[in-house]
Design a protein around this ligand. Structure first.
Ligand SMILES: *Cc1c(COP(=O)(O)O)cnc(C)c1O
Length: 234
């Protein structure tokens, strides 16, 4: 199957899951995760209708940025404070904010170039040590602190990387928990709060995530095939 065929198949599944959840297919944004893949494949996806791409490494964004057709870039991976400066002028949404320190650095770098940045708070409800993200109970305090202190950030929602499971049904409870947290945080009374995105669901579990309320899914393998981390793409 071609990249275009794969995208159509993912969009179909996304649409069916949205319908099951009583929502419109177009209300769920598909972000194509392009990590490890070169500009040629990414441009093929863009030609097939992809408007948003996600990368998890600063270096890959920097390397590919000028070789990819116009598209919205999403930073979906762990972001080190000292690398923020390389991407603030390139990305539309940073999904992986999980500390006030990182948020402050983004704010500072955005002030320098006169832009605001949309960010999501990454949560880690299963407490997985190897994953980024704040414990659920720290999400609301972090959002309140950002609202109070960092004028160049707009907190637009939450992001989850669900624990791995052979059966996507096993992760339904995490999607449900994060949706409930999303609703709680979205109700914070503040004129500057504008929640819009609940980013959860990947290749193997996005239909379940959409059923549970995700409106942004991050899909790599189902579009581009398995990743080869040993191959050096150009
Ligand atoms: C790689 C990655 C994805 C996509 O995973 P697939 O299983 O290939 O769809 C989604 N989100 C994040 C944060 C990732 O790093």
């Amino acid at each position: 199957m071609s990249i275009q065929d794969n995208i159509r198949a993912v969009e179909r599944e996304k649409a069916e899951a949205a319908k099951r959840a009583g929502r419109k297919p177009e209300d769920v944004l598909l972000v194509a995760v392009t990590k490890t893949h070169g500009p040629e494949m990414i441009n093929e996806a863009i030609d097939a209708g992809i408007t948003d791409i996600g990368e998890n490494k600063v270096q890959e964004i920097v390397d590919k940025y000028d070789r990819v057709k116009p598209v919205r870039w999403h930073m979906i991976g762990h972001l080190q404070t000292n690398k923020v400066k390389y991407i603030v002028d390139k990305v539309s949404l940073i999904h992986s904010v999980d500390s006030f320190r990182l948020a402050s650095e983004i704010d500072k770098r955005c002030a320098k170039i006169g832009r605001t940045m949309d960010v999501l708070i990454q949560v880690n409800p299963a407490g997985e040590a190897q994953k980024s993200g704040v414990p659920p109970e720290e999400a609301e305090p972090l959002i309140r602190e950002i609202l109070k202190e960092l004028p160049n950030l707009r907190v637009k929602g939450l992001m989850l990387v669900a624990p791995e499971a052979d059966d996507p049904e096993d992760v339904r409870k995490w999607f449900r928990e994060v949706k409930a947290l999303y609703d709680t945080c979205a109700a914070i009374e503040d004129p500057h709060l504008s929640f819009e995105w609940l980013s959860m669901g990947m290749s193997h579990d996005f239909p379940v995530a959409v059923e549970e309320g995700a409106n942004l899914i991050r899909v790599g393998t189902a579009i581009f095939g398995a990743r080869d981390y040993t191959k050096k793409e150009n």
